[in-house]
Structures are given as structure tokens and as C-alpha cells.
Design a protein around this ligand. Structure first.
Ligand SMILES: Cc1cc2nc3c(=O)[nH]c(=O)nc-3n(C[C@H](O)[C@H](O)[C@H](O)COP(=O)(O)OP(=O)(O)OC[C@H]3O[C@@H](n4cnc5c(N)ncnc54)[C@H](O)[C@@H]3O)c2cc1C
Length: 369
């Protein structure tokens, strides 16, 4: 077994390509986007992902790209800068416990590590497959059909591989009652070391400084939208603007103007992916496609750790045993994250004013040096 198709060149895909190539496989990565997306909220590389990054030799590049944030600053309901919550020591850019890096930079750095060892095909996607006990015949939107020994869906929350292998998204993806939107602010801010957090009941706006600019994020509660289309930007802007429409405090009206004008808006439902099994024959899932709780579940770190676990399992056994071993081992990391998702939502976007006060007290205690 040598030829592996990986669908998706986000965080999980390039990491898996790198490790499979090191183990003697021939990985091909197909990515729907024409190139790497520029939008990127900050994500943390931590826990089991840090040794993965170290062994790939990408830690210096990650540190170079790391955000400059060492504290959070809470903004009150009248828009005044209030409490400053220093991050635990290891979280600082110089620290070792975790590295906070814009998502797009993380994906680019992992791609740079893998691109000389794997075939990357951009601007294409899988359209179907049929499998037999010895392999998988795959068709693509643009490329000619090809046969692979294994197919890995690393194509994120709205995975096409998952749909083709297991059925419609609605069966496996559960909206957690929260939406997230991010867009670059496009200019430097006067608080390069502090992420600003402005909460009102059920809503958060954060301004997160990065290297030479800042990232604006909106996280807010809202019911599932029937037929929600994660690519319908006009719908995303409508939903977001409506959610914050009555708030004239702080810089909210200015930030909403930025959203109206944004060309690079990331918007999605915060969702949990629940699948009884991650593999169907010689097709398996990795990263958010298998077990997302998005920003509430260390998605990037889980994607990287899962990639190494899968590569190691494939190196040591045949596909059936390897896929079972990968799932058993990696579910030990992802399942607890899924169970804690609602608590994480309550911490990030409390739905009441007393809830915000309790969260602020808890954060003060947790972030005390
Ligand atoms: C606001 C926000 C904050 C977050 N904060 C954190 C955090 O602090 N820490 C953390 O660890 N994680 C965080 N995450 C989650 C993290 O970004 C994801 O969980 C992580 O990127 C998952 O990696 P992935 O490779 O599985 O999926 P993605 O990074 O989503 O990559 C999937 C790739 O597949 C491609 N693709 C999609 N469909 C197809 C197709 N049909 N064919 C070919 N290619 C396709 C996409 O273009 C993309 O490149 C956050 C997420 C959000 C939204």
C-alpha cells in the first residue's frame, strides 16, 4: 500500500502528507482552493501538536509567525477598556507551552514543509469514488480519474469525502447554537500585546493583534439556519449584521462597516461532528471532517496530532488494522473535547449579563500569574 489520496490542504492534509512521505508512502493532496486562503483567525498549536511541529522542524517558522498577544483586555458594555488578563507564561510568543499563530500562516507553514515530498493539486476536488478490497477508484472535477490504495478526507467541517463515504452532512454535523465570523482589520492597532474582548449577552467581538495588523472576530449565538450554505457570503453578512444591529456602543458600528465592505470574510456555524466510525473500507476521515468542535475543541492541534497518529498506524500495519488503531487512539483526544464544547461556548459567549460577570471572575482567577 503506497498511493494515498488526501483531500484538503488545510492543517491536517499537509501534516499527514509530510508524515506519510517520511514513512515511504506516495501522497497526493487535492485542494479545492486555487491557493492558500488568506483569512485566518488565530489558532493555538499546543498539547500533542507541539511535538508534531517540533519533529517537522517548523517551530522556528511558527514562532516567527506567532501573534504578539500576551494578555486579554476586557471591554465593558460602555466600550471602556477594563480588566487586563495576562496569559499564562507559556502562552507568550516566547513561551514553550503553546504557540498562537494565524490559521492561514499555520496552513502555509505546514504546506511548505510537505510540498517537496508530496504531489499537491490545487483548484480541484474529488467528485466520487468506488472501492474494492484492494483499492479506491477516484474521479475528480478537473483531473483524470486515478486509483489509490487509500483515500483520506482532510477537507474540513463540510467534508465532501464524508458525504460521499457516509451520507449527507446533516446526519453528522450538529450546530452548537453559535456562529463565528472573522475578517482582517487591515491596519495595525494601538494595543499590539493585547487582544480586546467585548461581550454583550450572547455576543462577542474580539480584536486580535497579529504581526502587522489585527484580526476581527465575531462570535454570537443564533439558531440553526435551515439550508445554511457556508459559501453564501451575502447570507453571512446579513446574519452577522442583524445579530449586532442594535449595538451602538464601543466601535461596533465601525466594525460592522468593515464587515459590509469585507472581501475576505470567514463565516461558519460552530458545529460538532459526530460519526460512529471514521472509516468506510479504504476511505477514512481526519481533522475537522472526522471530529470537529471548531474553535471550542483545539481543532488545529487535534488535526496535527491525528495526522501523525494515522501516519504511524499506516506505517506499522495493513489498512484495516491501521485505521482501527488510528481511530481508537485519536478518539481518546477528541471525544473529551466534544463533551466540553457547551461549557467552552458558555465561557466564550455567555448568554446573560450575570453569565458574563461570572465568566470574567473565572477568567481572572484562571489567568492569574
Ligand atoms: C474562529 C475560530 C477559532 C479557532 N480557534 C482555534 C484554536 O484556538 N485552536 C485550534 O486548535 N483550533 C482552532 N480553530 C479550529 C481550526 O481552525 C480547525 O479546527 C482546523 O483548521 C482543522 O483543520 P483541518 O485541516 O481538519 O480543516 P481545515 O483547516 O478547515 O482544512 C480543510 C481544507 O480542505 C479544503 N477543502 C474543503 N472542501 C474540499 C473539497 N471538497 N475538495 C478539496 N479540498 C477541500 C479547504 O479549502 C481547506 O483547505 C478555530 C476555528 C475557528 C473558526
Amino acid at each position: 500500500m503506497r498511493n494515498v489520496l488526501i483531500v484538503g490542504a488545510g492543517v491536517a492534509g499537509p501534516t499527514l502528507a509530510y508524515w506519510l512521505a517520511r514513512a515511504g508512502f506516495r501522497p497526493t493532496v487535492v485542494e479545492r482552493a486555487r491557493g492558500q486562503r488568506s483569512s485566518g483567525n488565530p489558532v493555538d498549536v499546543r498539547g500533542p501538536a507541539l511535538p508534531v511541529a517540533e519533529q517537522m522542524g517548523v517551530v522556528p517558522a511558527l514562532r516567527e509567525a506567532a501573534t504578539t498577544v500576551t494578555a486579554m483586555r476586557l471591554i465593558d458594555s460602555r466600550g471602556r477598556r477594563r480588566q487586563r488578563l495576562p496569559m499564562p507564561a507559556g502562552r507568550s510568543p516566547a513561551g514553550t507551552a503553546e504557540i498562537e499563530v494565524p490559521r492561514a500562516d499555520l496552513a502555509s507553514i505546514l504546506y511548505a514543509a510537505a510540498r517537496d515530498h508530496a504531489e499537491f493539486v490545487f483548484d480541484d476536488t474529488i467528485t466520487g469514488f468506488t472501492q474494492d478490497p484492494a483499492g479506491v477508484d477516484v474521479t475528480f472535477e478537473r483531473s483524470a480519474p486515478r486509483r489509490f490504495d487509500l483515500v483520506v478526507g482532510a477537507d474540513g467541517l463540510h467534508s465532501a469525502v464524508r458525504r460521499l463515504a457516509f451520507g449527507p452532512e446533516a446526519t453528522f454535523v450538529r450546530h452548537l447554537g453559535v456562529y463565528v465570523a472573522t475578517t482582517p482589520l487591515g491596519e495595525p492597532v494601538d494595543h499590539p500585546g493585547e487582544a480586546l474582548m467585548y461581550n454583550t449577552p450572547g455576543r462577542l467581538i474580539s480584536v486580535h493583534p497579529s504581526r502587522d495588523h489585527a484580526l476581527l472576530a465575531f462570535i454570537f449565538r443564533g439558531p440553526a439556519i435551515p439550508g445554511f450554505d457556508h459559501r453564501d457570503v451575502a447570507l453571512h453578512k446579513r446574519v452577522l449584521l442583524h445579530a449586532y444591529a442594535n449595538d451602538r456602543n464601543w466601535l461596533v458600528p465601525t466594525y460592522l462597516e468593515r464587515v459590509r465592505a469585507a472581501e475576505d470574510l470567514y463565516f461558519d456555524s460552530v458545529s460538532k461532528v459526530v460519526l460512529p466510525s471514521w472509516s468506510n473500507g479504504r476511505v477514512t476521515l481526519l481533522g475537522d471532517a472526522a471530529a470537529s468542535v471548531s474553535l471550542f475543541g483545539d481543532g488545529s492541534s487535534m488535526a496535527m496530532a491525528g495526522a501523525l497518529t494515522l501516519a504511524n498506524a499506516l506505517k506499522n500495519s495493513g489498512p484495516a488494522t491501521a485505521l482501527k488503531r488510528y481511530e481508537t487512539e485519536h478518539r481518546r483526544r477528541t471525544d473529551p473535547k466534544g463533551r466540553r464544547a457547551r461549557l467552552a461556548a458558555a465561557m466564550i459567549v455567555p448568554s446573560t449579563r450575570p453569565g458574563i460577570a461570572v465568566r470574567n471572575t473565572a477568567a481572572r482567577l484562571a489567568y492569574r500569574r
